[in-house]
Ligand binder design. Structure first.
Ligand code: Q9C
Ligand code: ZN
Length: 351
């Protein structure tokens, strides 16, 4: 399969994230992608390419998945942060104050002028640092997702957007969970625009794909399915429950398969079969797989127990859907093993 590599990914390199009241080193580090690349060097799965997507095409695609005010916020966030105080340039951007919705006096139509307040409008956690290169890195990553979709539209069986920061937690107007632009959603929309009438997104990351679900929640043409740690105990906590089935025209076009922390491959694999059956029942003609490898037993921030060899089985099962497939690189924080696990999955899927 063709692999679209985000050559700008190093420009997004967070230093610290807030965790339980203190700053800890970031989990979502450039070395993650470098390990995938190194493993692809040992076990090549296809040609490595740079995306050839013009700025105007990219901007148009971004504007369809994200709100213009949010994109504008991301584009100028670093400059606005430094403008607050030149000393801020020494530190990454993190929100620390949020509006409480549904409280008397809260109005979404008032836009605060203070940058710290605007940051809290768009960012939903204090664990997703943004820095000088985030916008450039995220944009190039979005281009990788569009290029991968283009490859599949051109007749390829599969393509892989090898990029970071990841994307599945990014919604129409929010960032969080280390994600800024929703690469999987961009790929799914590109597949729709390219002529696939029904597209499915099957998210296998440990964390619920709250951004992707939100983007497509009221749409009948894109099925979103996610297998993830039960949000009652697992991040992102506030979305991802089994009773969220879509709304309006999208009623029935969202399927959440939450599993308890501690789930091993036997039960996870059964959920995957349920997910694949839903994709088949939906009648999708193309598939997007946000490929998180944080279901791995050695993942430092997650709670499933998949082993490295299991990812080949996952790849084989995904191939069984028989659909042209775009993969996007999402989570997976056991840095030394993430390359092996990713390539096992791709190898299991086949070229
Ligand atoms: N500090 C993805 O896998 N932090 N995002 C959880 C530990 C957020 C994961 C609490 C985890 C986000 C793409
Ligand atoms: Zn994750």
């Amino acid at each position: 399969m063709k692999i679209f590599l985000n050559a700008d990914h190093h420009r997004h390199a967070g230093r610290q994230e807030m965790f339980r009241g203190r700053m800890v080193p970031c989990h979502e580090v450039p070395a993650r992608l470098d390990h995938v690349l190194a493993e692809l060097g040992r076990r090549p799965q296809g040609e490595l390419l740079s995306p050839a997507i013009g700025d105007a095409t990219l901007d148009a695609a971004l504007a369809r998945m994200h709100h213009p005010d949010y994109l504008q916020f991301l584009a100028t966030a670093w400059a606005d942060w430094v403008a607050m105080d030149p000393a801020n340039a020494e530190r990454d951007v993190l929100p620390s104050v949020w509006p409480l919705p549904n409280r008397h006096g809260f109005r979404t139509d008032t836009s605060p002028a203070n940058f710290a307040a605007r940051l809290g409008l768009y960012g939903f956690d204090a664990g997703s640092p943004l820095m000088a290169g985030t916008w450039a890195a995220a944009r190039s990553g979005a281009a990788c997702a569009l290029a991968a979709a283009g490859e599949v539209l051109g007749g390829a069986r599969s393509a892989f957007a090898l990029t970071r920061p990841p994307g599945h937690h990014a919604g129409p107007d929010f960032f969080g969970g280390y994600c800024f632009l929703n690469n999987a959603a961009l790929a799914a929309q590109a597949l729709r625009d390219g002529g696939h009438h029904r597209v499915a997104v099957l998210d296998v990351d440990y964390h619920h794909g709250n951004g992707t679900q939100t983007i497509f929640y009221e749409r009948a043409d894109v099925l979103t399915v996610s297998i993830h740690g039960d949000p009652r105990t697992e991040y992102p906590f506030f979305l991802g429950h089994a009773d969220e089935r879509g709304a309006g025209a999208g009623e029935g076009a969202n399927l959440n398969l939450p599993l308890p922390r501690g789930t091993g491959f036997t039960d996870w694999r059964m959920a995957l079969d349920t997910a694949l059956q839903a994709v088949t029942n939906f009648g999708a003609s193309a598939l997007v797989v946000p490929m998180g490898l944080d279901t791995f037993e050695g993942d430092p921030i997650s709670g499933f127990h998949l082993r490295s060899a299991d990812y080949a089985t996952v790849g084989q099962a995904l191939a069984g859907a028989g659909l042209p497939t775009v993969f996007t690189f999402e989570g997976g924080y056991a840095v030394a093993e993430v390359g092996i696990n990713a390539v096992n999955l791709l190898e299991g899927f086949g070229r």
